[in-house]
Ligand binder design. Structure first.
Ligand code: AGP
Length: 596
């Protein structure tokens, strides 16, 4: 979602802001802009388009100076356009800001401001914030901290702001309520960003801003304030882990690169878990009587796959909930809640986790981004070692979440006594064999590409499977629709005849995932039903399963999802490529969904 960058210091702000925005592109956006303050006064440049366009325009633009803010916008209030792109400036010219999130009471505030004579030139809630802050700034005798604390006390919703006050030309202010913001500390210069990648180009010393905090950045110092305006003493963190370069290497797209990184990502995740990465969870695995898994999108799909594995392995009923639903459900809270999230910032998952904590549940997080809000707020964070994932359509993060969940399931089963140590060792050996098996599937890439060429013009399709295969079908259908825009629906195979079969007509593609031995016969019958209506099959199975288009190597049945998902990722990827879509940046989607 929206990305914020800010800079103050000895260097030129323009190139630093533009480079920073480039490193936030992966979050998803539709327009971009920067504001730079210097010898030519305050200059604002915006575009309805890519950061590349903005950089091109900036090469002949007069914005020069050592202070500035920048933004990639993912439209919420007001359609994507230059007019609605950030930064926004208040009607009196005092406040210039960029914003990530939603001001929920914007309508009511806007009406009041309009009655008071404040004018608006965009359709955004951000301009409402700019005018509101300008009004409060006047009210508080131009005291920025008093202005921002007053705003925090009244503003509803979740947001992060980077703010310039015209009367404070040597200061950059920031404010966080829910949406993430990180401050980077340099030598004679300081930085601000929604996420680490832009900061890591310059420094490894950072401050994660907490909820309700205000920051005031100057070239040589940073001060933090509470929502009451008290000066805070915060500890900077040193980013010690290795960060990857954000380039595609030999691959045409990040998604394809990330698909190919999976064998290594799985091996790394297992190494991390075996070397103590799960130690903090051990305490919470004792006496678990109720287990709930929460997540959104693909992370939710991981939860569904884990449900089958944990129930079978641990003899423990597992509930899996969409975080966006769970957060508003009125249900008794008990037991252990596992939140799954790649970004660790998904607003719904974070809110659901907080609800669980408030309700007295123990909480574990399976997260990829180190230091993210979900990782910090859960009782224990298990870090997937996927490395940075850039493509909006998740692949290696999904898979490493699954592997972490399997490992957790084995530990829990030992703890509960549903398996013994020897059985646990055998299961671990199966997990350790997965990277080689994934490589084997990747070698079938060309066959999958041919299938994608054949099906690229389909109008819609179905994915069916039973048990664990149904969970993978859900992920396969999401992958296809998010990057190729083809309507795709996942069905538990047995459900097809309860409705969706009416949509099967001659030529309709039905992708069948079939890896669970106990239901091979049932799947064969379902496939017959499809063929009898003229539907066409694309089958993914194992030797001894159903006749397959893509044949997978075998592993322990409970772990098959980690293999069967690979051809579905590749299929979605190649269909998208064959249709000429922008694979890594699908329309309307954001990598990190920080609003509700
Ligand atoms: C999957 O390809 C998605 N882009 C999306 O569904 C994603 O999994 C979801 O938004 C959850 O994100 P998270 O894992 O960062 O919480």
């Amino acid at each position: 979602m929206c990305g914020i960058v800010g800079y103050i210091g000895k260097g030129q702000a323009k190139p630093i802001l533009l480079q920073g925005l480039k490193h936030l592109e992966y979050r998803g956006y539709d327009s971009a802009g920067i504001a730079v303050w210097g010898k030519n006064g305050l200059q604002i440049l915006k575009t309805h388009g890519r950061v590349e366009d903005l950089s091109q325009q900036a090469s002949t633009w007069e914005g020069e100076g050592n202070l500035g803010i920048g933004h990639t916008r993912w439209a919420t209030h007001g359609k994507p356009s230059k007019k609605n792109a950030h930064p926004h400036i208040s009607a009196d010219g005092q406040v210039i800001l960029t914003h990530n999130g939603i001001l929920e009471n914007y309508l009511q505030v806007k009406q009041t401001l309009q009655l008071e004579g404040w004018s608006f030139s965009s359709d955004t809630d951000t301009e409402v914030i700019a005018n509101w802050l300008a009004k409060l700034f006047q009210l508080h005798n131009q005291d920025p901290i008093a202005t921002l604390t007053d705003f925090l006390g009244q503003a509803q919703g979740s947001f992060a702001l980077a703010i310039l006050f015209r009367n404070f030309p040597n200061r950059l202010f920031a404010l966080r309520k829910e949406s993430p913001l990180v401050v980077g500390i340099g030598e004679g210069e300081n930085f601000l960003a929604s996420d680490l990648p832009p900061l890591l180009l310059h420094t490894r010393r950072v401050y994660y801003m907490e909820n309700g905090e205000i920051a005031c950045l100057q070239a040589d110092k940073v001060a933090f304030y509470s929502d009451k305006g008290e000066l805070l003493s915060k500890k900077a963190e040193e980013i010690s882990w290795q960060t990857e370069k954000m380039d595609k290497g030999k691959y045409p797209h990040f998604m394809l690169k990330e698909i190919h990184e999976q064998p290594e990502a799985v091996a790394r995740t297992l190494r991390y878990l075996r070397e103590g990465g799960m130690d903090c969870a051990k305490h919470w695995l004792k006496n678990v009587e109720q287990l709930t898994i929460i997540g959104c999108g693909s992370s939710y799909h991981v939860g569904i796959a884990l449900q089958y594995a944990i129930e079978r392995l641990c003899q423990l009923p597992v509930r899996v909930e969409l975080a966006s639903e769970f957060r508003y459900r009125e249900i008794p809270m008990q037991g252990l809640v596992v939140a799954i999230s790649q970004s660790g910032e998904t607003a719904d998952t974070l809110a659901a986790l907080r609800k669980a904590k408030k309700g007295g549940c123990a909480t574990l997080a399976i997260v990829n981004v180190v230091g993210s809000a979900i990782a910090r707020e859960a009782d224990c964070a298990l870090y997937t070692q996927a490395g940075m994932e850039i493509a909006v359509a998740t692949t290696k993060a999904y898979l490493t979440q699954l592997i972490t969940g399997y490992y957790l399931a084995v530990q829990l089963a030992v703890e509960r006594g549903s398996i013994d140590v020897f059985q646990a060792r055998c299961l671990l050996a199966d997990l350790l064999d997965l990277p080689e098996k994934i490589k084997e599937i990747l070698r079938q890439k060309e066959a999958i590409h041919r299938l994608a060429k054949r099906w690229k013009d389909m109008q819609y399709c179905f994915f069916i499977g039973r048990g664990m295969d149904y969970a993978v079908s859900m992920e396969g259908s999401l992958k296809l629709k998010e990057i190729s825009y083809i309507p795709a629906e996942a069905y538990a195979a047995g459900e097809l005849k309860h409705g969706a079969i009416s949509l099967i007509e001659p030529g309709t593609l039905v992708c069948c995932v079939c890896t669970q031995e106990g239901v091979f016969d049932k799947m064969r019958s379902n496939m017959q039903e499809v063929q009898s209506r003229g539907g066409e099959l694309l089958t993914i199975s194992i030797p001894g399963g159903v006749a397959c288009d893509i044949c997978l190597p075998k592993t322990e049945e409970m772990f098959m999802a980690s293999l069967s998902v690979i051809p579905l990722q590749l299929f979605a990827y190649f269909v998208s490529v064959e249709r000429g879509e922008d694979v890594d940046k699908p329309l309307n989607l954001a990598k990190s969904v920080t609003v509700e």
